[in-house]
Design a protein around this ligand. Sequence first.
Ligand SMILES: [Zn+2]
Length: 126
Amino acid sequence: MKLNKLTKEEERVIVGKGTEFPFTGEYDNFWKPGTYVCRRCEAPLYRSDDKFNAHCGWPSFDKEIKGAVKRIPDKDGARTEIQCAKCGAHLGHVFEGEGFTARDTRHCVNSISLKFIPKEDEKDGR
Ligand SMILES: [Zn+2]
């Protein structure tokens, strides 16, 4: 598996399971059509169609690309971590039962864990 080299801040979040400061991420208020891939391994994770505004300060999605995201309960059982299923990069946390959308699921994802691929630039096979 080819992994992109990470900056210090990317490494803090993606490897160290950190959280970027709310309302600062490049995709928090960003609504272009396309696909969000893993910043580290570029596996497609989320589609712009499933992004919604939860006003929480981080990009929110109510659905992942099938099989792309792994859910891991935190040790204290309080939250469920989400990771890239391919490379294990920390993405954020997933919450259910908040009533934001019909799917009632919010993937709260750090912008820095993602890379946006605009629709027109998508290659075959993505
Ligand atoms: Zn990955």
